[in-house]
Structures are given as C-alpha cells and as structure tokens.
Design a protein around this ligand. Structure first.
Ligand SMILES: *Cc1c(COP(=O)(O)O)cnc(C)c1O
Length: 399
C-alpha cells in the first residue's frame, strides 16, 4: 500500500535522534561574520564556551575540541591514549558500540567485547567478571556508550565504574556521551569517567561539525606514554596552542552557536532540561505501548530501567518494513524519522526526542506516525496518541 507524495509545506517535523532541531536563536548566532580566531573578542567567546562545556560535562579537568563529527572525537580518544596492540574492553550496546570497536581494531588495538542482547542490555555481572578475570591488567580501558542511539537504551555508567572499582582494576573508563550530553544526566568527574566523548549536533542543538573530549588527569598520564601515530588530534600539540585545542583554523561560527546553546541550557537549568526529556520520552513510550496492543509496533528496549530519554527505537511487527513507514511520514507529511541502523535496518524506526523539543512537536510527530502506520497497513491499536495526551496532561498538572 502506498500514499501520495506531496510538496513539503509548513515546517518539517524533524524527529531524528541526531542531528537535531536547531533553535532559531542558535541559527542566528551561528550566522556570524568571519572573525580572526585570535581576535581578543573571539578569544573571550571561546574561553566562555570551554568553561560552559566543562559545566555541562560536569568536569573540572581538560577538554579538547575537534573540527569533525563525533567519530573524530572517538578517534582522538583512542590515538591519544593507547599503543599498538593494547587491549580494550568494549561493552556491547548496539550499532554504536560495534562501530567504536571496529575503529579501535582499524587503529591496531585489540578488542574484547562483553556481549549483550541489544533489547535487554548488558548483564553488569559480566562486566565485573571480565575485569576480575584480568588479573594481569591487560585491559587498558573500558569503552561504554552511555546512550545507545540505535536501540534507545541507556547503559548506567555508575555500574561500569562500580565494576572497575570492585575489581580494583586500573583501566581507564571511556564514555561516549554523544546522544546523552545535555539530554540525560551525565557527570564526568563524579562518575570517574576518564574520557567523555561528545558532539555538537545532538543535545547541544548545534550544526554538525564539532566534537570534543573531556579528559581526566589519569587519562593525561596515559596519553604521555601512548605510541599510536597521531598528529592533527595530538593533545600534546594542542596544549601548546593558545586555544589548547584545534590544530589549524578554529570553527568560530560554531562557537557563537555554542555560546547561545549554553545560554539556553543554563537558562532552563540542566536538571529541568533532563526532566523535560524524561517527560517527552515517557509520552512517546506510552503511545508506542498502546500501539503494540493489536500485534503492532513495540518498544525495542525490553528493560524499563534502561529506557533512553533521548531516543526511542520502535520494532515493527514481523513482515512489515520500517522504511515504508518512514517513507510515508517524510514524503506525504514532511516528518523525518530515524531509521534502523546496521542489523536493525528495516526492522526498527526511531523517534528522536532530544534537544529543542516540546509537547506539540512530540504530539505532532506521534499523530503523524499513527497516520503513516494506517497508510502503510501496519497493524496497531489505534489511539496511541491519546495515551500520550493523558500522560502529558497528568504531568503538566504536576501529577
Ligand atoms: C551520533 C552518534 C555517534 C556518531 O557521531 P557522528 O557525529 O555522527 O560522527 C556516536 N555515538 C553515538 C552514541 C551517537 O549517537
């Protein structure tokens, strides 16, 4: 069954889990005239942004920034810390943990994976066991994706930290916070994270093109002994520069945007930002749970204590193609949804609910998805949006 494609009119509802909607005030801030990146006026903005980014990361340690998407910061973390043949322990969460592990292997590192069911999440006991079994301390770091954007599941980093501490294991803790930072609570220093990897185009609501790493003192010590080749990403080279980051031209426009992003986040208050994300995420989940009633699409994540508040992955009923639903949503109604990544292609579609988002945007998206399910002939219990409405009304009353 198909639906008619239409010319896009009105505003596109962008419901991907990254990149995310860019608020108008950030769009305006990014449209800044060219300025010398050593101009004192820009240096003041730059220093303000780095200090603000540290507050969002909740760290008082180093931050290095890169012109490049999140993958660049992934690579920077690896090449700055390790030597050829070093072993990493990667906690399997989904497509993004697999991709980071593959990058590590491409760079000449050995990877041990703690296997996990993508729908249920890793068994913490397996992390503890792997670390306890490594009495020789071959494992140099544990790599954990805080929020697995492909599955809509959180990996509680405090559990990973506790596993390291219980084993008395000295491995570094590397956390990918690309789709959690600025959306879900993250505390680099308090949680003992040694490297926190973040990007511009998700919770920070900026255009794509800048990424960064928070780096602990312990990680800086490991950096001093690392032998993987590096140049553009070399933290030692960066520290020698005024900006203490960026080899080459600094993307000044993104810093004017980041200044506005930090202003928005701190005006609302990070805790309120997290509460808003949790509220909108729960509305999406109530809706999907209702749809599932008639052998319809269901929540991909089967562990309620690990639901992601920044993205929900929705599993299609057997024999129905998620891409057909996405296509109708986009071509007929101008609603952009996330697709299934890697082995989840065609089986899953994703609703991003992070960044610059409110109730009307979520309700508009959910309503349109329900229309698309009808048009695509996908079985579902109709009225899922009513479940979201009831929840949002209750939440707004303070219930
Ligand atoms: C988006 C994302 C990445 C990749 O970042 P890019 O900016 O696309 O390179 C890595 N990890 C997670 C968890 C992500 O959501």
């Amino acid at each position: 069954m198909s639906a008619t494609a239409r010319l896009p009119r009105g505003r596109q509802f962008f419901a991907n889990p990254g990149p995310t909607n860019i608020p108008d005030s950030i769009l305006k801030a990014v449209a800044h005239v060219t300025i010398d990146f050593n101009d004192p006026a820009f240096l003041a903005v730059y220093d303000h942004c780095v200090a603000g980014l540290k507050r969002v990361l909740r760290t008082e340690q180093e931050v290095f920034l890169y012109t490049g998407s999140g993958h660049a910061a992934w690579e920077a973390a690896l090449v700055n810390l390790f030597s050829p043949g070093d072993t990493l322990l990667v906690v399997e969460t989904g497509y993004f943990s697999e991709s980071w592990a593959k990058m590590a292997q491409d760079l000449g590192l050995k990877v041990r994976t703690i296997a996990a069911d993508w729908r249920r999440g890793v068994d913490y006991a397996a992390i503890r066991a792997a670390l306890a079994a490594d009495g020789a301390h071959e494992i140099k770091a544990v790599c954990a994706v805080h929020n697995e954007t492909a599955t809509g599941m959180v990996l509680p980093l405090t559990e990973v930290r506790a596993a390291l501490d219980a084993a008395g294991h000295p491995a570094l803790l590397l956390a990918d916070t690309i789709s959690s930072l600025g959306s879900i609570d993250f505390r680099m220093d308090a949680w003992g994270v040694d490297v926190a990897v973040g990007g511009s185009q998700k919770g920070l609501m900026l255009p794509t093109g800048m990424s960064f790493t928070g780096v602990s003192a312990k990680a800086m010590a490991a950096h001093a002994g690392s032998r993987l080749p590096k140049s553009y990403f070399n933290w030692t080279n960066m520290l020698a520069r005024r900006h203490k980051s960026f080899i080459g031209t600094v993307p000044t426009s993104l810093f004017y945007g980041l200044k506005e992003s930090l202003r928005l986040l701190e005006e609302e208050g990070l805790d309120q930002v997290f509460t808003r994300h949790a509220r909108l995420a729960e509305a999406v989940r109530r809706c999907v749970r209702h749809w599932s009633g008639n052998n319809g699409p269901q929540l991909f994540c089967l562990s309620p204590d690990r639901y992601s508040d920044s993205v929900t992955a929705i599993l299609m009923p057997e024999g129905h193609d998620a891409e057909a639903v996405r296509r109708i949503a986009l071509q007929t109604f101008n609603v952009s949804l996330g697709g299934g990544l890697g082995r989840l292609g065609g089986q899953v579609f994703r609703i991003g609910h992070l960044g610059d988002l409110n109730e009307p945007m979520i309700l508009g998206t959910l309503s349109t998805v329900e229309v698309a399910l009808r048009l695509a002939g996908v079985p579902h219990a109709s009225g899922g949006v009513d479940a979201a409405i009831a929840y949002l009304a209750e939440a707004a009353r303070g219930g």
